[in-house]
Write a protein that binds this ligand. Structure first.
Ligand code: F6P
Length: 367
């Protein structure tokens, strides 16, 4: 038997950023695969509470195999999470401490052989920084936004698509019955993947995403065209971060200031108001919000999380660090953390999903 199989390993795990379905399934995947590959007696798992906050504060626990029982289907994260970037974390006694130094100290104090960081873009940025600081890091790509560079899918995304699709399906029947326009806000501040997929799957008539700034006249025109053809209801799937063509030329701060001055709480509420004024149709805004990322992971995400987790275990076995796990086509693979950090995977305005949507008559409010 190769000697690396007998090596004892202490593995730290943290979950960081907004929670999403599949975090626990991924943790379970890593732990089970580590036990299988390297022997349960050779593996110790240290759970770090509340993401990088717990790493700074040394909130760590040596976990038992039984801690991972029954978590495949569980939503959220058994470890807890914080979405504040580590630099902005308030450390009550002393806010001027060197947080990176503190994280490294916790890692050393617990004698970790490696640290697994489950999270989105912000998490990958910090993971890369810690990797450059000499820690052995492996990332796992989580987010309902699906905007991590280098992986075709992140875990959590498809569950959120399923939930969003169910929301739109239910909205559809009431929109039809009451001849209303329904504006459904879907999470996604920077990237429109979730709105795009949810919109296509739910049969939305208009999809507004950050990557394709809209023109309100075009949105109204699309609704009127439907009315002219006898369809007296419409569904708009609007990304939380959608913006119009004027706003697209502004800096974020200016855009938010203008919206605040105009008394607009969200883009969805503005769109709903303007649609009602222009078309005369009763228009309602619906915000499923955090329901999109709550609850149990879908079957797809359970499988993906398990595959990602198992891949991370093989990286640990090979002492291959500084990577984040990814899906490329059908293959589970990995990318250098340094290639992923600081990047965002946006929807391509001419990409295949957008083209497909346009081909079936979905409007993006831009033409
Ligand atoms: O990144 C996941 C996400 O759900 C985004 O889609 C959304 O913009 C953001 O988190 C909401 O964050 P919070 O839960 O902090 O309101």
């Amino acid at each position: 038997m190769a000697s690396f199989l007998l090596k004892k390993r202490r593995i730290g795990i943290l979950t960081s950023g907004g929670d999403c379905p599949g975090l626990n399934a991924t943790i379970r995947g890593v732990v089970k695969a580590c036990y299988q590959l390297m022997g349960e007696e050779n593996i110790e798992i240290v759970g770090i509470s509340d993401g990088f906050y717990g790493l700074i504060r040394n909130h760590c626990t040596l976990m038992k195999p039984t801690d991972f029982y029954g978590i495949l289907t569980r939503g959220g994260t058994i470890l807890g999470s914080r979405r504040t970037p580590y630099k902005k974390m308030q450390i009550v006694e002393n806010d001027n401490i060197d947080k990176v130094k503190q994280m490294k100290e916790t890692y050393r104090e617990w004698n970790l052989d490696c640290l697994l960081t489950l999270g989105g873009n912000g998490t990958h940025k910090t993971a890369n920084l810690l990797s450059e600081e000499g820690l052995n890091i492996i990332g796992l790509p989580k987010t309902i936004d699906n905007d991590i560079w280098g992986t075709s899918v992140t875990f959590g995304f498809h569950t959120a698509v399923d939930i969003g699709t169910d929301v739109i399906d239910r909205i559809h029947t009431t929109a039809h019955s009451h001849s209303r326009i329904m504006v459904v806000e879907i999470m996604g501040n920077k990237a429109g993947w979730l709105t795009l997929y949810t919109g296509i799957a739910g049969g939305a008539d208009i999809i507004l995403i950050p990557e394709i700034p809209f023109n309100m006249d075009c949105v109204i025109k699309a609704i009127q065209n439907r009315a002219d053809s006898g369809k007296h209801f419409s569904i708009l799937a609007v990304a939380e971060g959608a913006l119009d063509i004027t706003e697209a030329g502004m800096k974020k701060k200016e855009r938010l200031q203008k919206r605040t001055e105009a008394g607009e709480v969200t883009i969805t509420s503005r769109v709903a108001k303007q649609v009602q004024e222009a078309t005369g149709y009763e228009t309602r805004a619906v915000v499923p919000g955090h329901m999109l990322r709550g609850g149990s992971p879908s079957a797809y995400d359970r499988v993906l999380s398990t595959k990602f987790g198992a891949r991370a275990a093989t990286l640990i076995q090979k002492d291959k660090f500084g990577y984040t796990v990814a899906l490329s086509g059908d293959e589970i693979t990995e990318n250098h953390l340094s290639d992923v950090a600081m990047k965002t995977k946006f929807v391509a305005p001419e990409g295949k999903e957008v083209v497909t949507a346009r081909n079936i008559g979905i409007s993006f409010g831009d033409k």
